[in-house]
Design a protein around this ligand. Structure first.
Ligand code: BMA
Length: 859
């Protein structure tokens, strides 16, 4: 078997230059521009200067015509005589979406589902010497509109401020059509290598595994899915290599017949090392106690199957993973159990890492997933409005121990149940399950995002509920669950997110007793942050709160004259209806109103971090009732106001820094609920954890509150508590009624410091009154900077008065602080490190870029 990847520069032209002339004069009848493949067409047009950067200002509106046209990419390829023996094929993965392939002018095949793989037999179409390959992409928007006209009845879907109609009728990344955080860019292209293949026998399409554990030994059942082009006998070898293991089954002869063959081997692997989610391996506990921050990589084993000349290699690992959803005294549990150990899922929701597929680079995947793990997260949810992710995504999750909650790609919509649609989805899910199921990180298959709820969102489905419920069930149980249960019987199937579990269709936006919740009462229903403390969820797979990006990021899309929160461009880069008003309204709820855009952007990030911190700290303290909190959302597809914890450029928002603290395996949390203030120690390690907790009541001058005139007699004074927290659990170490604070709530704050392990310290702060009510003193903060290594700077911060929500920023200079969003106390300097992306950064440049903002600076 021979294969060539047709990567490189192809040529691009519109199918109808005369129509495109209405938008650009760049294309005459014969003009072509270069387009890198794998890649997308919008990116090529941007690169050629034919369309403007759609992420800037309101340019997105000016590029909508691109998605309404048809486009052709072409290239020549030289074929040698030897390649023409046997049969030849052209294959596609991630081809977006409606395309026709022509070889030397003759149609070789067509595709119409971005999530399927396609292989077309091109034998007889190629010849020795120069051949032309053309791929014609049809407008998915037009195809969706045509499909809508053919539906037996309307199939409703949710729309966003800028959108392309009937997205739900085409099997394409749903958010390409616009979302409440994303632009409408109806991309076209092929985002993985197009391969030209030649064989005399056949192909290995997939290699899949199942595992049976017998004490320390594992039986691996390897199924090779082999498509033969002729009846023949081929030798098949299976090899598993890795730390301490080298097991081979060599060359068993296997008879195959034309079409798909399943070839099975069983391999015994003795005492492999186990795969664990981040933070859960035995050595992770030791790292927590000593303070090592290195990211642990999991032991992965290489499985290679050779079938005649075809070879397939993949990385596998050894672990058990179960979803425990069982009735209990609180309703029904939901949590992951890995190698027998219950794991609290800490994580974020993943949307595609760029709206332009050409910019979904391996570097971006690696940075985002490293950043996710750096914030002590162990779970990522691949949300159903995006895409089954690229291989590199799952490979990184395997390495770093990030459990993947995998939605099937359906979101916020109803979907058709016509036979052609269901056939297309069946082929899609069969491909994706066999492609992805061996990743040790893959923890759960979920049917869709919010499609059960969507049944109640539209007049059509409210009026004719039965019809749409039947369609829902045909797709979800009839196709998705049916295929997943058959092809991946060892992995959990979860019907929808949110869901109370199989066969239960409760309202999991508000009911907290069973399954996973999407808790949107804070933000979409505009409740106060306290609402997070009114539920006892089992697992929250979505909850979020918006902020603006930092000033340097806003400047990438808003020209200077638009730097105002109600300017047209700032409102355009906000897709959640009324979003800017919600942010501003909450400023007035919690804070003294900030002056100037810079302070507003900063405060929006403080507010977001505070909202999500309130939720996560409380829900973690409910363990084991609650066993998961997955923040909406990790990343952005373009620069925009959104719920993300990391800005489009990769800069961490204050939320991501705060997440690193509120998701830490060992943490102290403080909260006020029902008039009581309490402190809890969270221990996600597998050991009994002796701790000391110092609780101090301080004035806004930084003095002990109890010693002040005005302090009530017989009230709380500073405390030091010694305790031992059991493994994987939470201990309440302190509680007092708010009325026992030494001073009025707005005159003092509580500062808790936890000591554990090798003299490791972590702290937390609670303002018992709303920040706007507190009589904060203006703090004068000083910084001293030292360069420790070419990329590492140390910043020491000192203050004369307690300073809250103190944030460091470096404008456009890329890099990450070791800590941010700090409480600073007088006489207690705080040192943080900044690791720059570039080695070329001078101390002078760094100091010039560095800014410090604290709450009292904003008004
Ligand atoms: C959800 C998600 C997304 C959406 C987000 C914010 O429920 O599933 O569809 O972007 O909320 O509104």
């Amino acid at each position: 078997m021979k294969a060539t990847a047709l990567d490189g520069t192809w040529k691009l032209r519109p199918r109808h230059p005369e129509r495109v002339a209405a938008y650009t004069d760049a294309f005459t009848a014969h003009t072509e521009i270069p387009v890198p493949i794998p890649g997308d067409i919008h990116s090529a047009l941007i690169h050629a200067g034919i369309i403007a950067d759609p992420y800037f200002a309101k340019n997105e509106l000016d590029v909508q015509w691109v998605g309404k046209e048809d486009w052709i990419i072409s290239r020549e390829i030289k074929i040698k005589k030897a390649f023409l023996s046997g049969q030849q094929f052209i294959s596609f993965q991630f081809a977006d979406t409606f395309f026709h392939v022509f070889i030397n002018g003759r149609e070789a095949g067509k595709g119409g589902n971005m999530f399927r793989s396609w292989r077309f037999n091109v034998s007889g179409l190629l010849h020795e010497g120069i051949n032309t390959i053309e791929i014609m992409f049809e407008s998915a928007e037009r195809r969706a509109i045509e499909s809508a006209a053919r539906q037996p009845y309307p199939v409703p879907y949710s729309v966003y401020p800028v959108y392309s109609p009937h997205r739900n009728l085409v099997r394409k990344t749903q958010c390409h059509a616009g979302w409440d955080w994303g632009p409408c860019i109806m991309a076209f292209g092929v985002y993985e290598s197009i391969r030209l293949e030649q064989t005399t026998k056949g192909f290995i399409d997939y290699v899949n595994t199942r595992y049976v554990r017998e004490n320390d030994d594992w039986q691996v059942e390897v199924t090779t899915v082999y498509t033969a082009i002729t009846d023949c006998t081929i030798p098949v070898s299976v090899k598993i290599e890795g730390p301490g293991i080298d097991t081979v089954i060599t060359g068993t002869p296997v008879n195959v017949t034309v079409g798909e063959n399943l070839i099975r081997h069983t391999v015994t692997v003795r005492r492999p090392e186990l795969w664990w989610p981040a933070g859960c391996a035995p050595e992770d506990t030791a790292a927590v106690l000593t303070g090592s921050s290195a990211l642990r990589e999991n032991p992965l084993y290489t499985l290679t199957v050779t079938a005649y000349h075809a070879v397939k290699t993949k990385r596998i690992a050894f672990r058990t993973i179960d979803v425990v959803a069982e009735p209990d005294e609180h309703g029904k549990s939901m949590y992951f159990k890995v190698n027998g150990r219950p794991v609290f899922s800490k994580g974020a929701n993943w949307i595609p890492c760029d709206a332009l597929p050409s910019r979904q680079t391996p570097q971006k995947y690696e940075k985002l997933l490293r950043d996710l793990a750096a914030a002590h997260m162990n779970t990522v949810r691949v949300w159903g409005g995006g895409q089954y992710e690229k291989d590199i995504f799952y490979e990184l999750c395997d390495r770093f121990g990030i459990m993947v909650w995998q939605d099937c790609m359906f979101a916020c919509s109803l979907y058709p149940a016509t036979p052609p649609f269901l056939r297309s989805v069946r082929a899609e899910i069969r491909h994706q399950v066999r492609r992805l199921k061996d990743h040790p990180s893959l923890a759960l298959w979920c049917g869709n995002n919010e499609d059960v709820g969507a049944l109640t969102w539209y007049p059509e489905s409210i009026a004719n509920r039965d019809r749409y419920i039947i369609d829902y069930d045909r797709l979800n149980e009839g196709v998705l669950a049916d295929e997943i249960r058959q092809l991946d019987p060892d992995r959990a199937w979860w019907p929808s997110s949110p869901s109370a579990g199989p066969n239960d269709y409760s309202d999991n936006w508000h009911a907290d007793g069973r399954g996973d919740m999407h808790y949107w009462s804070v933000w979409h229903e505009k409740k106060s942050f306290d609402a997070y403390l009114t539920i006892k969820p089992r697992f929250v797979s979505e909850f979020g709160y918006e902020s603006f990006p930092s000033l340097s990021e806003v400047q990438t899309y808003a020209p200077r004259d638009q730097l105002n929160l109600t300017s047209p461009v700032m409102e355009f880069h906000q897709r959640s209806p009324g979003g800017n008003s919600i942010i501003l309204e909450n400023f007035s709820r919690y804070f003294r109103f900030p002056e100037g855009i810079k302070n507003m952007l900063y405060l929006s990030q403080v507010q977001q971090a505070l909202a999500i911190k309130t939720a996560v700290e409380y829900w973690r303290s409910l363990r084991p009732i609650c066993m998961g909190s997955i923040i909406w959302q990790l990343n952005d597809v373009w620069p925009v106001a959104s719920w993300s914890s990391i800005e489009y450029s990769g800069k961490w928002k204050l939320l991501h820094y705060e997440a690193k603290k509120f998701f830490a395996p060992v943490a102290v949390v403080l909260y006020k609920k029902d008039g009581k203030i309490s402190a809890h120690v969270l221990n996600d390690t597998e050991e009994n954890l002796p701790v000391r907790v110092a609780i101090r009541f301080l004035t806004f001058d930084g003095k002990s509150a109890a010693s002040q005139t005005g302090a009530h007699a017989g009230t709380q004074t500073d405390l030091s508590i010694d305790a031992t927290v059991a493994p994987d659990s939470v201990l309440k170490v302190f509680e007092c009624p708010e009325t026992e604070l030494p001073l009025a709530a707005h005159e003092c704050f509580i500062y808790a410091e936890l000591t554990y392990g090798d003299n490791r310290k972590t702290s937390n702060t609670l303002l018992p009154a709303l920040p706007k009510e507190c009589e904060l003193r203006k703090a004068c903060i000083k910084t001293a900077v030292k360069r420790l290594a070419p990329q590492i700077f140390e910043i020491t911060l000192t203050t004369d008065k307690p300073a809250f929500f103190t944030a460091l920023d470096t404008k456009k200079l890329g890099g990450t602080f070791s800590d941010n969003m700090l409480t600073l106390l007088p006489e207690a300097p705080v040192t943080v490190r900044f690791t720059a992306d570039s080695e070329k950064l001078t101390q002078e440049k760094f100091e010039k870029a560095l800014s410090v903002t604290t709450l009292t600076d904003t008004y």
